[in-house]
Design a protein around this ligand. Structure first.
Ligand SMILES: C[S@@+](CC[C@H](N)C(=O)[O-])C[C@H]1O[C@@H](n2cnc3c(N)ncnc32)[C@H](O)[C@@H]1O
Length: 285
C-alpha cells in the first residue's frame, strides 16, 4: 500500500473527528515501524504487508487500548532533559515541569548557600529521575547532596541511566534505606525534599492511566504519603527543612486542617487546573 493511502486508512479507522489532531501520532507510529523519519518519506513510497500488520497492531494498542505512545518511543523531553522511560516509570507530566520551575525560584530566594554548610536534596518517588535531574540542572550553582528515592528497583535503574545520559550525578536509594539520610547531621544542614507521590485512589483511576505503574499512581489513602513524609521530618527533630509537594485539590483540603492544628508553617501555590504546590518549612537557623 502507498504510504499516504495508509495514513488515510489509519486516520479513518482509528481517529474520530474530534481526535484528528492525533494524526501526528499515526505519523510517529509509521516512522518507528519503518524506521524512517517523515522528512525522508517519498510520495510514492510503498509499505509492505509485514510493516502494515505491525503498524495496525501498534495503532490498535494506542488508539483503542490507550497504551501510551511514549512507552513505544522510550524517550521523552522534559525541560532541557532527554529521559528514558518505560512502563516501570510514570510518564513525566507538563504540570510537574511547572512545579519544578516554581520550586527553583523559591529555593533561589532562600539564599541557602550563604546560610547552610550542607544542603541535602531529596526526591521522594523519583521514578525516571525527572524532578531531581531537572532541578539540579537549574540549581547547579548550589552545592548539594542529591538523593533520589523509590520503592521500585526498575524505576531506580531507569533513573540511573537518565542521570548518566544527562550528565547529572545523583545518589539513588531504595525507600527502605530512607533512614540513612539522618546520619551525620548538624544544625547547619538543611533538607530540601521534593515529591510527586502517588495520590490517586482506585476510584479515581482513569482508563488512560491503565498502563502506567500502579505503585506510581495509587495510594491507599489520599493523604498517606504526605502525612508519612511530613511526620518523618517533624518527628525526627530535623531542624531545617523545606518540603515541596505536588498535590491535588482534594488532598490539599484534607491536609490543611492538620497543618493548622499542628502549627506547621505552609504555603500553597497554584500550578494548573486542580494541581497545587504545597510548601512546608521549618527553618531554625
Ligand atoms: C507519581 S510517581 C512520580 C514519578 C516522578 N517523580 C514524576 O514526578 O514524574 C510516584 C513514584 O513514587 C514511587 N513510590 C511509590 N511508593 C513509594 C514508597 N513507599 N517509597 C518510595 N517511592 C515510592 C513510585 O514507584 C513512583 O516512581
Amino acid at each position: 500500500m502507498k504510504l499516504f493511502k495508509l495514513i488515510k486508512h489509519l486516520k479513518s479507522k482509528y481517529l474520530t473527528k474530534k481526535e484528528r489532531s492525533q494524526i501526528k501520532d499515526i505519523i510517529r507510529i509509521i516512522e518507528i515501524s519503518i524506521n524512517k523519519k517523515f522528512i525522508f518519506w517519498e510520495n510514492q513510497e510503498e509499505i509492505d504487508f509485514e510493516n502494515i500488520k505491525n503498524i495496525e497492531k501498534i495503532c490498535k494498542m494506542i488508539f483503542k487500548l490507550h497504551f501510551p505512545i511514549q512507552y513505544i518511543e522510550n524517550v521523552v523531553k522534559f525541560g532541557e532533559l532527554k529521559l528514558i522511560i518505560n512502563p516501570h516509570t510514570l510518564i513525566p507530566r507538563p504540570e510537574t515541569e511547572i512545579l519544578i520551575e516554581k520550586v527553583y525560584q523559591i529555593v533561589e530566594n532562600y539564599q541557602l548557600k550563604e546560610k547552610f554548610k550542607k544542603i541535602i536534596l531529596i526526591d521522594f518517588g523519583t521514578g525516571s529521575g525527572n524532578i531531581i535531574l531537572l532541578l539540579l540542572k537549574k540549581l547547579k550553582h548550589i552545592p548539594m547532596i542529591p538523593i533520589g528515592i523509590d520503592i521500585s528497583f526498575n524505576a531506580l535503574q531507569i533513573a540511573q541511566k537518565n542521570s548518566i545520559i544527562n550528565n547529572v550525578p545523583i545518589i539513588l536509594l531504595n525507600h527502605s534505606n530512607i533512614n540513612i539520610i539522618k546520619k551525620n547531621l548538624c544544625d547547619q544542614t538543611i533538607f530540601i525534599l521534593i515529591s510527586n507521590p502517588p495520590y490517586l485512589t482506585k476510584k479515581e483511576m482513569k482508563k488512560e492511566l491503565y498502563f502506567e505503574p500502579d505503585n506510581a499512581l495509587l495510594t491507599p489513602k489520599k493523604t498517606f504519603y504526605y502525612n508519612q513524609l511530613i511526620s518523618f521530618f517533624m518527628k525526627n527533630k530535623i531542624q531545617n527543612f523545606l518540603l515541596f509537594f505536588e498535590i491535588d485539590q482534594k488532598t490539599l483540603k484534607k491536609i490543611i486542617p492538620k497543618l493548622k492544628k499542628n502549627k506547621i508553617n505552609y504555603r500553597i501555590l497554584h500550578i494548573q487546573r486542580k494541581i497545587f504546590l504545597l510548601e512546608i518549612s521549618r527553618l531554625k537557623k
